[in-house]
Structure formats: C-alpha cells, structure tokens
Design a protein around this ligand. Structure first.
Ligand code: FAD
Length: 446
C-alpha cells in the first residue's frame, strides 16, 4: 500500500469543505444520495462523485446501462465542488508545439478539438438538464506576467483559429481597456470558448441529472477494499458492497492508490488554493478599472487565477503548499492575500472571507489519461487534467461511458492509456518541491 502523500486532514471525508461555494450549498437543490447500506449489483460501479464519475454515470444511464456511483464524502467533496469555476480548455501543461513534437499535428488538433467540445458539453448539459450553473462571462483571459510570454499567445491563437475559434491577442493597453488594471500585465489573449460557473451548483446538478436518468448515487460511501471474484468486481464500503462487471475509477487528485496496484504513483497530486474577498465596492472596482466577468489567469507556472463573482467578490487562486498541513494552508492564504494586493493595489487589505484548497493532478507525460487497464479492460479510468477539469472531466466521463457502451471513436493520442508512474512514488513530494522551485526560477528569470 502506498502511503498518502499529504497530511491526513486532506483525506478527512467527514470534514466539510470550507469553500465559499459550500456556504451556498443550502440554497441549491439537494441530491438524493444515501449512504450505501446494503449489498447491491450494477453493470458499472464508479469510484468518485465529481464531474468525471457523475458524467460517466449520467451518460451510462442515458445509454440504458445501470451505473452506481460511490463517493467517499458529500457529492462534490473533491475538486469538483471546490474549484475556481473556470469552464475552459487547458487540460495539459504541454503547449501546441510540444504536443505536435510528441504526437504529431493531427493528434494535437484532435486534443484541442476535444477540449473545445468539452466546454460546449457543459453548456449543453446545463441547458438540457436545466442546471442553474450561474454562468458568467463569454470567454477566458490569459495575461502575460512578462513581455516575453506574449509570443505563446500568438501560437495558441493560431491553433484555435485553425479549429474555428476566433481567439485574439490584446496589447497591455487593450487588455486594460477591456478587462482590468493590474500591476503585472504585458498583454493578453482572449479565448471566447469558456466562461465562469458555480462549480458546486454544476456538480450537484449533474448528480441530480444522473439520478433522474436512472443512475444510483451514494455519498459518504468510501470504497475501502476492491476484490475481483471471477470476472466480477466487488467494491467494499464500511457497511456494504457493490458487485459489478465493470469499474470506473474517477478520483483524479484523490486517486486511491491503496485499492489497486496499477494506480500506484500514476499521478502527482498538487494543492491549489483559493481565497475570496468580501463584496467589493463601486469605488474599489473603479480603482482597478474592472469591467469583465470573464475568468482570468496569468502566465506564471505558479499561476494566479481570478474572477469577479456575481456578488462582486474577487476569487483569487494559486498553487498550494507541499505538505497539506493546516499551517501550510495558513501560509498559502497569507501569500495569496499578499499577491492579490500587489497585483490589485485597490484590493490590498480588503477582508478575505474564505480560504480553501484541494487537489489537482499531474501525470508524468503532462497530459490527462483515459482508457482501460491493459491487463484488465473491465477497469476504466480518467485522471490528470492538470488543474483544468471542469469541462474536461465532464467530457472524460462521457467518453468513458461511450467506450463502455461501445459507441466511442478513437481517443486523441495525447490522452490514450496509462502514463508511466512517477519514479520512486513515495518520494513524489520531493519531486513536487523540485518542480515548484524550477517553476519559480522560470517565472522570475526566464
Ligand atoms: C482549488 C481548486 C481550483 C480549481 N480550479 C479549477 C478551475 O477553475 N477550472 C477547472 O477547469 N478546473 C479547476 N480545478 C480542477 C478541477 O476541479 C478538477 O480537475 C475536477 O474537478 C476533477 O474532477 P474529477 O471528477 O475527476 O475529480 P474530483 O472532483 O476530485 O472527484 C474525485 C472524487 O473521488 C472521491 N474518492 C476518492 N477516493 C475514493 C474512494 N476510495 N471511495 C469513494 N470515493 C473516493 C473523492 O472524495 C472525490 O470527491 C481546480 C481544482 C482545485 C482543487
């Protein structure tokens, strides 16, 4: 069994997530997701009740396949209920040129096409299932933290143009005239594919839709053991079990490495942290020339991501600490408060009402992983969307469901199959620290 990498508190499913979104949970329609209390059978058992697992269940149910989701915490307890709500592309840390070098031109384009489709899928699901996702903005900004990062926008915009997406670049002055004033910005790109949403509202809506289509959804039902009995899997929870011919592993940054040896070391979980301010006044917004509802992030490896929420709170996020301890969370909160004040002087010292964090997941090949285990195709998986999974993991869940239903086309090559495990998996936190040090060096000195 592989040890948990981070502090135990990051795996305490009895703990309520202290996010801004969670404070609004009571106002959202509830999900009927009882704890699994008796032995059940299903065609497909799904580990994880985030976008991936719920989208898989929803699409399986629509295909007439009996699916049962097991979630260790509340529905959306993982990243899906506590993220920044950027519904956008960007599920890989490789740029277009690197993807072409590794996989060829047409596979790079296929991957981009899938990501653009994933954003549209969220919009379509929200419309069809009448999920009030509190959609905000028509596009996503990325702004350069140094003048030399602007060139990356040009190649990115060119790729999107080839796929029919009219993205564009903006000078620093044009960006300020359209978005906001920021002390660290050297021009930007605007990608019209993307928007902001309330991530928890979307996740709960997806769960309700899956239920309404006939899937079963069980919260507070952590899988603690996984046995194969003949060609049937048995997933065991505290008081019961589910027997199924197929299993979908949809746990991303909380990938339970203790349940199946093949998953040991396959992801590098990283903490991402967010703060939200109190609602900002007209004067404060005017001082930063704020005009946009579209989410924005900068080009740092240790990026800052931010959006103005409907009640005019600033949500401001960044990469997290490398321990998961409560003290690490407090230090990250202080760092984010400082960074926010440096980038937006009018918001310096403004009260911060919420601060929280959670796992994203990276893979060794820096692209997400989807498919079935080579030595047991009855086990499907999707993980490793590199911090951008609102849209992509919804798409991945649908893709896994189509593959189980036998209706899927070929996956884009960058996504196909298992990535290599990280070397010396129990030392991944040291690898993460080295990566973050390199990232800082590149951000400051390249
Ligand atoms: C702070 C933060 C900000 C982010 N911001 C954005 C953003 O703005 N835009 C964006 O696109 N992406 C963002 N992301 C990433 C995005 O939220 C994730 O990529 C996405 O939610 C992953 O969905 P998922 O369903 O694969 O995994 P998750 O939502 O993480 O769900 C996995 C679930 O598996 C459950 N689980 C684990 N082990 C077991 C077990 N043994 N038994 C049962 N259940 C188990 C966990 O409890 C968890 O709920 C952010 C993530 C974080 C943490």
């Amino acid at each position: 069994m592989s040890p948990r990498l981070f502090h135990d508190s990051q795996y305490d499913w009895s703990r309520t997530v202290d996010s801004f979104w969670e404070t609004g949970r009571g106002a959202l329609a509830p999900v009927d997701a009882p704890t699994l209390s008796s032995d059940e059978t299903a065609d497909v058992a799904i580990i994880g009740g985030g976008y991936c697992g719920l989208s898989a269940a929803y699409h399986l149910a629509r295909a007439g396949i009996d699916a049962c989701v097991l979630e260790a915490g509340d529905i959306g307890w993982g990243a899906s209920g506590r993220n920044g709500g950027f519904c956008c592309t960007g599920a890989s840390w490789l740029g277009p040129e690197e993807l072409v070098d590794a996989y060829g031109e047409s596979e790079m384009l296929a991957f981009y096409r899938a990501q653009i489709e994933s954003v549209r899928l969220v919009d379509d699901l929200a419309a069809e299932e009448r999920i009030d996702i509190a959609r905000q903005g028509d596009g996503i900004w990325t702004f350069a933290h140094k003048a030399n990062r602007f060139a990356d926008f040009v190649s990115h915009v060119a790729v999107l143009a080839r796929l029919g997406v009219p993205a564009r670049t903006l000078s620093a002055r044009e960006f300020e005239a359209s978005a906001f004033a920021c002390s660290e910005q050297f021009g930007a790109q605007f990608e019209p594919t993307g928007f902001g949403l309330n991530p928890l509202a979307y996740c709960l809506g997806l769960a309700r839709a899956a239920r309404a289509r006939g899937a079963r959804v069980h919260a507070a039902s952590r899988v603690t053991a996984w046995r194969k009995e003949g060609d049937v899997h048995r997933l065991v929870t505290a008081g019961a079990s589910v027997r199924a011919k197929r299993v979908v592993v949809a746990a991303n940054g909380w990938l339970p490495e203790d349940l199946h040896p093949t998953f040991v070391g396959r992801v590098l979980p990283l903490l991402s942290n967010i703060i939200t301010t109190r609602p900002l006044s007209d004067d404060e917004l005017r001082a930063q020339a704020w005009k946009t509802e579209a989410p924005a992030s900068n080009t740092r490896n240790r990026l800052a991501y931010l959006r103005m929420l409907p009640d005019r709170r600033l949500l401001f996020g960044g990469r997290g600490d490398t321990s998961g301890r409560p003290s690490g969370g407090a230090a990250m909160k202080a760092l984010l408060v400082r960074r926010m004040g440096e980038m937006f002087p009018a918001f310096a010292g403004v009260e911060v009402t919420h601060s929280w964090r959670g796992f994203i997941a990276a893979t060794t090949r820096l692209t997400p992983a989807l498919g079935e285990l080579p030595d047991d195709p009855s086990v499907s998986f999707a993980f490793g969307c590199h911090g951008n999974g609102v849209a992509f993991m919804t798409w991945a869940g649908r893709e896994l469901a189509s593959r189980i239903a036998g209706t899927a086309g070929a996956l884009p090559a960058p996504l196909r199959g298992l990535p290599d495990p990280f070397p010396l998996p129990s030392l991944r936190l040291w690898q993460l620290r080295a990566l973050l040090l390199r990232a800082w060096f590149e951000d400051e000195f390249r």
